[in-house]
Design a protein around this ligand. Structure first.
Ligand SMILES: Cc1cc2nc3c(=O)[nH]c(=O)nc-3n(C[C@H](O)[C@H](O)[C@H](O)COP(=O)(O)OP(=O)(O)OC[C@H]3O[C@@H](n4cnc5c(N)ncnc54)[C@H](O)[C@@H]3O)c2cc1C
Ligand code: FES
Length: 373
């Protein structure tokens, strides 16, 4: 059934973040390898997040604590619950599929991220996704559906086969009900049980120009695997789209170290626009600084350009971390003294930065520092 999201109840409390165990209240198999998990907030509270933002979940998998980011696919207008839609990939996503059931608890922290329609209000949107990259765009669409218009949305989703189309029924129902929404799905090929009669192959310049001839007049949000985003970047440039109006997010962190998550527009490498620092300028003078870690009771040398997390690891200390890319927030710590240059990927909020929180995986000291870690 189509979910048209309207804030029906008055929330008992508004929360700007969670960092606690939430209870799983619903699970739904969306496709053969994608499952939605709905988590209840305490006392039916409303979490103030922006459509497109994500949370970090931490699960104990085979005796090891692992953290991963998942976009909140539901709308912030829906109070009391959060829905994450997870594709089965590796250890954590498989655990979420096979081990998390109704009534179980899951540690969740967030929200985080800057990839959101709220950051770039516009009269017309082009939402482009591939595979499980549909989740942030679905949160954006669901939010627009529940918000007073006028709206104008072209939603183009790419999938391998018809059986892989995430939220297929909901997208079809919404497109049939809403004159301002155009949905197109492109499948690479047929499914085992279904011959695909829509657009085939990959998204091309010709197809995109046909689906959204006015792409250059729209605010564009793209999410999918890195090769898809590279291709889309070129297609949008070919259609004359302004890079500043094109925003992208990838779920896969670049093994080379670049943060592909972010809202940087087409002309950057994906690092968040608002890379922030606890310091007036990036480190230019090259010298080793000492970092005092109060919880560990250690002092470690941090070489020029080295992050505090890397320096701690080099000194044999294993501090909590996951993505090592400034995205997941797992390494967030209190800076008690000193200044750092922090280049994050959306894993820390402005309010936290103002309160002297830092992400150790992407912070390099500008002077000797003291950190609660
Ligand atoms: C900001 C952000 C938001 C995210 N939101 C979602 C979401 O809404 N739904 C969701 O299913 N995942 C999402 N992810 C990906 C998620 O965090 C995990 O990376 C994913 O579930 C795999 O973790 P794992 O432990 O199961 O396997 P891992 O061992 O961590 O990964 C297994 C393999 O799958 C690859 N991989 C990971 N994610 C993808 C992907 N989406 N497409 C193709 N290959 C991939 C990895 O590179 C690795 O090779 C998001 C990631 C980020 C950074
Ligand atoms: S380990 Fe993910 S933000 Fe630092």
């Amino acid at each position: 059934m189509t979910e048209v999201l309207v804030r029906e109840t008055v929330a008992t409390a508004y929360r700007d973040h969670v960092d606690e165990q939430l209870v799983c209240v619903h699970v739904e198999q969306v496709t053969h390898d994608v499952r939605s998990i709905t988590l209840a907030l305490p006392e039916g509270a409303a979490l103030e997040f922006r459509p497109g933002q994500y949370v970090t979940v931490t699960a104990e998998v085979d005796g090891q604590e692992l953290s991963r980011c998942y976009t909140i696919a539901s709308s912030p207008l829906q109070t009391g619950t959060l829905t994450l839609t997870v594709k089965r990939q590796g250890p954590v996503s498989t655990w979420l599929h096979d081990r998390l059931g109704v009534g179980d608890q899951l540690r969740v922290s967030g929200p985080m991220g800057v990839f959101s329609t709220y950051e770039h209000p516009a009269a017309a949107h082009l939402l482009l996704s591939a595979g499980s990259g549909i989740t942030p765009l679905m949160s954006m669409l669901r939010t627009l559906v529940g918000t007073e218009g006028p709206h104008d949305v072209v939603f183009v989703h790419s999938a391998r086969t018809p059986a892989d189309i995430v939220f297929r029924r909901e997208l079809e129902d919404l497109a049939a009900a809403l004159p301002w929404l155009r949905v197109a799905v492109v499948c690479e090929g047929d499914g085992e049980d279904e011959v695909w009669r829509g657009a085939r192959g990959r998204l091309t310049a010709g197809l995109l120009a046909e689906l959204a001839p006015d792409a250059a007049a729209r605010e564009v949000f793209t999410c999918g695997p890195a090769p898809y985003m590279d291709a889309v970047r070129d297609l949008l440039a070919g259609l004359g789209c302004d890079p500043a109006r094109c925003h992208q997010e990838s779920f896969v962190l670049d093994p080379a170290g670049a943060v592909l998550q972010g809202d940087g527009g087409l002309d950057d490498q994906g690092r968040a626009d608002d890379a922030a620092g606890h310091g007036d300028a990036p480190a230019t003078g090259a010298r080793t600084h000492t970092v005092t870690l109060t919880r560990s009771g250690r002092e470690v040398p941090c070489a020029p350009g080295q992050t505090i997390l890397a320096a701690a690891a080099q000194a044999g200390l294993s501090l909590p971390s996951s993505c090592a890319e400034g995205v997941c927030g797992t390494c967030k710590s209190q800076l008690l003294a000193g200044r750092v240059d922090m280049r994050h990927g959306g894993g820390i909020r402005p309010r936290e930065i103002a309160a002297d929180k830092v992400l150790l995986c992407c912070s390099t000291p500008l002077e000797d520092c003291v950190v609660e870690a």
